[in-house]
Design a protein around this ligand. Sequence first.
Ligand SMILES: [Zn+2]
Length: 118
Amino acid sequence: MTDYITKQYNCKICNKTHKIELPKDLCKGRTKFPFPYVFLHGEPKDILTILYIDKDLQIRGVEVQQGTNDFFSKEYVVKMATNLSDEVDRLREENVKLMREIDDLKDKYKKQMERLPY
Ligand SMILES: [Zn+2]
């Protein structure tokens, strides 16, 4: 079961402080901080929210954008795409690291097999 930690952030659109539950393992496997945490909130849920979270799960920055009829501004879409490509980069790095670990294990296994007397 994942533990959650309750944090607060100020929202310029609702003009109040919101509470949010963040999973405690949110930082797991990340190497770049702060990282963007993206979600929707509001009634109806049409406020796009980006929290920038550091390695101690502290909220370092807040960006909110009201969804409109023509949805999000071009500037915002560009920013979102940048955030997503950062995330893709992170996953790619992680993948490379894992592949390397698998190769290491294969090597170790091979060497052990060679040491066997038959
Ligand atoms: Zn709000």
